[in-house]
Design a protein around this ligand. Structure first.
Ligand SMILES: [Cu+2]
Length: 177
C-alpha cells in the first residue's frame, strides 16, 4: 500500500466520522445530549423535588454520570409549574411553545385547561403532549419522571411557564463521578 493511498483512506475515514457526528449531533435514536427516559427498576435513587412560586427545592441536583434517577415532583405553589430536564438550548426552544399554550388558553396561571387543550388538539393537530423529560403540574399535583443521565453534559432543570425561567426557576444538574 502506498503512503498516498493510506493518507487518502484516513482522510476519507475522518470525513466519514465528521459527517456522522454532524448528522447525529444528539447521539443515536431517542438518546439525547441530556439523557433519555429510563425505567423505574433501573433507577438507583429517588430524588424528591418540590416546586414553589417561583423556585425549586432543592435548588440544584447532583447525580452520577450515567445514573438512572427516579424523580418525584410535587407542585406546592399556587401557579402551574414545570420540571423539565434539558439544556439551556432545549429550554430556550421550549419556551415559545409554552407561550403559545398561554396564548391559546390551554395554560392558565393556576390551571391547565384540558378542554381547550382537546379542541386545540382536534383543530391544529397538536396540543398538550407528554414528554418523558418533563412534568407540567397544576397546584397540588405530583408526577414521576425516570431519567437516565449521560456521562458528560451541561444539564439543567427548568420551568418554561412564561416568565418563570427568567424569574430564576432553573437549577443545575451536576454530573459527578
Ligand atoms: Cu414555574
Amino acid at each position: 500500500m502506498s503512503k498516498l493511498f493510506i493518507s487518502a483512506a484516513s482522510a476519507a475515514l475522518l470525513t466519514l466520522t465528521a459527517s456522522a457526528a454532524l448528522a447525529s449531533p444528539e447521539g443515536h435514536g431517542d438518546e439525547k445530549a441530556y439523557g433519555e427516559a429510563g425505567t423505574a427498576n433501573a433507577s438507583t435513587r429517588t430524588i424528591e423535588v418540590v416546586m414553589y412560586d417561583n423556585y425549586y427545592e432543592p435548588e440544584e441536583i447532583s447525580v452520577k454520570e450515567g445514573e438512572t434517577v427516579r424523580f418525584i415532583i410535587k407542585n406546592a405553589g399556587e401557579l402551574v409549574h414545570e420540571f423539565n430536564i434539558g439544556t439551556a438550548e432545549t429550554h430556550e426552544e421550549h419556551a415559545p411553545m409554552m407561550e403559545m399554550m398561554v396564548d391559546h388558553g390551554v395554560l392558565e396561571a393556576d390551571k391547565i385547561n384540558h378542554d381547550v387543550a382537546k379542541s386545540m388538539q382536534a383543530s391544529m393537530g397538536h396540543g398538550m403532549h407528554e414528554e418523558p423529560n418533563s412534568a407540567l403540574l397544576e397546584p397540588g399535583k405530583s408526577a414521576e419522571i425516570v431519567w437516565t443521565f449521560p456521562e458528560h453534559a451541561e444539564i439543567e432543570f427548568a420551568c418554561n411557564v412564561p416568565g418563570h425561567y427568567d424569574g430564576g426557576m432553573v437549577g443545575e444538574i451536576k454530573l459527578t463521578h
